[in-house]
Design a protein around this ligand. Structure first.
Ligand code: KIV
Length: 264
């Protein structure tokens, strides 16, 4: 997959698959899978560092994780998130932040919301940096949005999201993530845009879907929103494996001869 394939896939009616990825080992696993692209999301602050929200993600954090992912991702397309406020400064500081993430190994950058971002999106696009927009529940704005809430439920807010989607496309975005919006709104936006939409909690009619690695694999027992489908019982399976390891140590079953070195 490269950046041109986003539009091609939409034109051909092929769904785009995206998974968040934050480290080398997961990237190695994903590199051998048929997933289209990896997202080094600012959700890394929550999933890998235990913060309560994404405001804690920093440029250093995003660059470190993007570098690790790029070492394991093979030829997978890597999208990295510009973190909170990193793209809301002067143009030169915003460009420096974007440049740092690209040099860390990203192939495209994602940034949240619309107002105030259009000039930067045009500038990055013209500078050879593909940009993916993100509308709906944009967690970097959680304090302005009043918390973690489905967006676009009223006719007025739905219209606003649709207008922003069209403006982001006009500014040069190559794709748009739609998070936690009613399915009919996501379907409508998907129909009016020529760039693909990638949904999370946005129903089945988007051009693609993204899930967080820990949610997809059932690793997170504290958090299971309606839109998450767990494709594996990771938490239970890992716990069981650790218990087997401890039991094998205690019973003397591990290590056995096959795991031990001999003199000759
Ligand atoms: O940071 C992230 O994981 C994201 C996804 C929820 C789309 O932006």
């Amino acid at each position: 997959m490269n950046v041109l394939d986003f539009s091609k896939k939409k034109q051909m009616g092929q769904k785009i698959s995206m998974v968040t990825c934050y480290d080398y080992t997961s990237a190695r696993i994903l590199s051998g899978s048929n997933v289209d692209c990896l997202l080094v999301g600012d959700s890394v602050a929550m999933t890998m560092h235990g913060h309560k929200n994404t405001l804690a993600a920093t440029m250093d954090m995003m660059c470190l994780h993007t570098e690790a992912v790029s070492r394991g991702a093979g030829d997978k397309f890597i999208v990295s998130d510009l973190p909170f406020l990193s793209y809301r400064q002067s143009l030169s500081k915003n460009v420096a932040a974007a440049g740092a993430l690209m040099q860390a190994g990203a192939h495209a950058l994602k940034l949240e919301s619309a107002d105030g971002n259009f000039k930067l999106i045009r500038h990055l696009t013209e500078s050879g940096i593909p940009v993916i927009g993100h509308l709906g529940l944009t967690l970097q704005l959680m304090h302005s949005l009043g918390g973690f809430k489905v967006q676009g439920k009223t006719a007025e807010s739905a219209e606003r999201i649709k207008e922003d989607a069209l403006k982001l496309q006009a500014a040069g975005c190559v794709a748009l993530v739609l998070e936690c919006v009613p399915s009919p709104l996501a379907a409508d936006i998907t129909q009016v845009l020529s760039i693909p939409t990638i949904g999370i909690g946005a129903g089945a009619k988007t051009d693609g879907q993204v899930l967080v690695w820990q949610d997809l694999l059932g690793l997170n027992i504290d958090f299971k929103p309606k839109f998450v489908k767990q494709f594996m019982s990771g938490y239970e399976d890992i716990t069981q494996s650790i218990e087997s390891f401890v039991n094998a140590i205690q019973s003397g079953g591990f290590p056995s001869d096959e795991h031990c070195y001999e003199n000759k």
